[in-house]
Design a protein around this ligand. Sequence first.
Ligand code: NAD
Length: 497
Amino acid sequence: MDVLYHYVGGARVAGTSGRFGPVYNASTGEEAASVPLASADEAREAVATATRAFAAWANETPVNRARVMFRFKALIERDMDKIAEALSREHGKVVSDAKGSITRGLEVVEFACGIPHLTKGEFSNGVGRGIDMYSMRQPLGVCVGITPFNFPAMVPLWMFPIALACGNCFILKPSEKDPTVPLMLGEMLSEAGLPDGVFNVLNGDKEAVETLISDPGVAAVSFVGSTPIAQSIYQTAAGHGKRVQAMGGAKNHLIVMPDADMEQTVDALMGAAYGSAGERCMAVSVAVAVGDAGDQLMERLKPRVESLKVGPSLDPESEMGPLITGEHLAKVKGYVDLGIEEGADLVVDGRELSIQGYEKGFFMGGCLFDQVTDEMRIWREEIFGPVLSVVRAPDFEEALRLPSAHEYGNGVSIFTRDGDAARDFVDRVQVGMVGVNVPIPVPMAFHGFGGWKRSAFGDMNQHGPDGVRFYTRTKTITTRWPTGIRAGAEFTMPTLG
Ligand code: NAD
């Protein structure tokens, strides 16, 4: 069994806390590695290392920082297969899906390659007589990223390429459930020429996180994970004077209007609900069937869910792999039990699935509920597994109300051929990311990713222009070069003009 490490100061560092967590092969259920869980002292040491590296990196020219990102991009492309397989083995998503997620992260590296342009300031000539004014964006210092298990490459890549390109140092505290890929990314950044200590991976749990988000040496915290932790990180880190963005959980709806192309809608739902075993913050977990769309939808959906190819994540034939851990599998199955108790109609039951030769893997088949209502906990709570709930809505207004009334507001989608209905929906729905005939409307790297309501705390999105704003602060300079005329002391508030 492998014993993992931290990556601090450009080197692998063995854990010294004496505490370790298990890392599983999700398909076999075997414990494949153990990951050190950092102590508060180790977390403080990582902050000290990053702090020492900051001045020189912040002084590096934006062009040279961008060149490191260009080389890092080439290395990700070179190692794509290796990264995807490691990701698939630990997380359980199939390799093609792992590659897709790494590509979405790679796009942020590509965005960060444009940093000289992105951090240009503004200039106003002659705002007063002989006075010019300009602004510049400067890095913050040591930034921390705390990331979830479901995207061990993509979510860290939403954060650190922009943070580093802006001139910050970074400490990544990845999920302790799948830490191998984040460690690989750390070594690849060194290979790309990033100076030691600028990027660090500190493995750990609550103890490391609590130390990092309260350490006076940390300037900003980016978090992605579940809502209760997101809220608590937001409050604590902000209470310690840090800039914080904290993304939380989700319950994404897909509205099926009666005029939707049913075949296309079912294809979209299959991928969005069961891809990555539903362990995506943008997974569709509720389909809202409007009017007579309900029966047509169920008739087509049921056989598709029943014939879903579930198998080991490295098998190219598999459409869906296992869940992340046995504990999470038990939680998801518990929600299916709950749905039955609450009176929903379980049309496809994947709870008992077992894969020959992989009996200890964390597998379940796809589950499909019909007749779910907004009073049920299976509608209100995030299940984060391959469970799709179908809610029947009498009309458009009710379909609009459901995602808008939900406490989460991450993603939503409408499938229709009616442009007017789609436009009205886009305008009025109370959700941060909206798709029209697109099931998973994840914004590209040059736009921002961010939900509303209890799906995101803080006012800035991940990546895109907000990423640059988040990882820099503005300095505004007013200049005058007097030519010898001295006006004497002025005691009134200065006004220009
Ligand atoms: P999680 O909240 O359990 O863990 C996220 C991170 O927080 C991990 O690094 C973990 O070690 C740390 N953590 C866990 N408990 C902690 C505690 N008590 N104190 C301090 N730190 C703690 O989330 P997860 O199970 O790893 O990921 C799944 C969740 O992430 C889902 O809710 C999903 O919707 C959400 N997610 C959201 C987005 C988004 O952009 N909104 C993206 C991906 C995942």
